[in-house]
Design a protein around this ligand. Sequence first.
Ligand SMILES: Nc1nc2c(ncn2[C@@H]2O[C@H](COP(=O)(O)OP(=O)(O)OP(=O)(O)O)[C@@H](O)[C@H]2O)c(=O)[nH]1
Ligand SMILES: [Mg+2]
Length: 337
Amino acid sequence: MDDLLLQVRQGRPRAIARLITLVENSETAAETAVTALYSATGQAHIIGITGPPGSGKSTLVNELAKEFRRQDRRVAIIAVDPSSPFTGGALLGDRVRMRDLAGDTGIFIRSMASRGSLGGLAEATAGAVKILDAAGFPVILVETVGAGQAEVDIANAAHTTLVIEAPGMGDDIQTFKAGILEIADILVVNKADRPGADRTIQALELMLHMGEGSATRHHGRLLSTPDNGPTADGAWQIPVQATTATQGKGIPELVVDIQRHYAYLQASGVWLEREKERSRRELERLLQARLLRQLQVTVAPDRREALVTAVAAREMDPYTAVTELFAHLSPSKQAGA
Ligand SMILES: Nc1nc2c(ncn2[C@@H]2O[C@H](COP(=O)(O)OP(=O)(O)OP(=O)(O)O)[C@@H](O)[C@H]2O)c(=O)[nH]1
Ligand SMILES: [Mg+2]
């Protein structure tokens, strides 16, 4: 493991791939890896890319990566695929599209499938992000299909979240998924070569204005006016950027938006706020998992089962059952807490 960790720190692709797989499949490996690597993390700009199926996320990620490479920045890509657990078809398609980047050692591409990951996809993605961060990638792009909780999880893990829309999906404000303003730092209207792109842009901008009118808050800050960039009071204005990913159009502009958002996060202190929020959620998750494991070790299965049965039979209420379970968790330490 030590040797593997060393090679990861040196940015060796094979070692990185191997460690991600290990961490995906073993809690112990995850603990060892994160303990060893954590102090080397916190450097990468983690960028989430989410949006409806087929809106052009993979094509866009491919183009973004090329643009970052032009600036001589190393890029890691994680493609999260929660929607198709049965075939490798979608992933294969992504690989073909990302072939422009094949052979470039400044780039690392990893697909995460929902099956086989121990603590769930969000957990596995978070592990991979940490490894890539410690491996020295200054930019990590995480593509996830807009499917409810997954996109929220990614937004929570990312510093900058891009929500990708495409024209022809109704272009009614109501058809945009509720909550995208909660997670979007940058709105992208891809497929701007398609008819109706202007209407989509207008609809999104209208939505941003409505948010302003009803004092919708974005990450605790008010949005939003059409002119881009932080306002006098320092709040972030969500920009709407048109792109045609298949022709590389709008990509340099989008990278400027991303870098502007990075500068805003750093200057405003929001970067630290988000890191703290993420850390808080992570600690709570780990604590929950460890408490559950501890209970499973200290309370015999038949005792646990007896409590479940008693609660089901209304012989005991669930609070009393939990109190009894808790009494098994090293009572001496609890007294001091
Ligand atoms: N006309 C046009 N087509 C595009 C554009 N960007 C992507 N496409 C096409 O749209 C289709 C879907 O693109 P993907 O990049 O796979 O979209 P995705 O959002 O990653 O799709 P999923 O991962 O399956 O949700 C492909 O056929 C792309 O070639 C664009 O800017 N204009
Ligand atoms: Mg895709």
